[in-house]
Design a protein around this ligand. Structure first.
Ligand code: DQA
Length: 145
């Protein structure tokens, strides 16, 4: 069972960027705890970040037939990107939408998610812990936990 964890724009700034909203862990810390958690469940996982919408589209396309699930924190592209939504449809890989913050409790413009329309489900508001919850959810999809 193989998992792709994909992080979008500005998530490379975690730990420095608005820690009161996004927490004090760096993306590298989150990557390490994801790897440890996935290993415990017997899942192999790739963890990536890009600030570039096209790169994210390409990575989602490449997941087709390769990964069993995608965990996607698309950052602000969540609220704007029809291209990411179409990539998820085209890839036909079950995708779990993830956000550190509770986007529904924040500004109006964060309430709309193009990812939600095509995702299996959404996890948001649990900070870095959400990544581990999303891995559990992905494991459940493939009958692995
Ligand atoms: C985010 C929420 C988005 O609205 C925001 O643009 C981000 C991070 C989150 O993880 O809470 O960059 O995806």
């Amino acid at each position: 069972s193989s998992l792709l964890i994909l992080n979008g724009p500005n998530l490379n700034m975690l730990g420095v960027r608005q820690p009161e909203i996004y927490g004090s862990l760096r993306l590298e810390d989150i990557k390490a705890s994801c790897n440890a958690h996935a290993e415990k469940l017997g899942i192999s996982c790739e963890f990536e970040q890009s600030n570039d919408e096209g790169t994210l589209v390409t990575r989602i396309q490449e997941a087709r037939g390769v990964h069993d699930a995608i965990i996607l924190n698309a950052g602000a592209y969540t609220h704007t990107s029809i291209a990411l939504m179409d990539a998820i449809i085209a890839a036909e890989v079950p995708t779990i939408e993830l956000h550190l913050s509770n986007i529904h409790a924040r500004e109006e413009f964060r309430h709309r998610s193009y990812i939600a329309r095509v995702a299996v489900g959404q996890i948001c508001g649990f900070g870095a812990k959400g990544y581990l919850l999303a891995i559990d959810a992905a494991a459940g999809l493939s009958g692995k936990a």
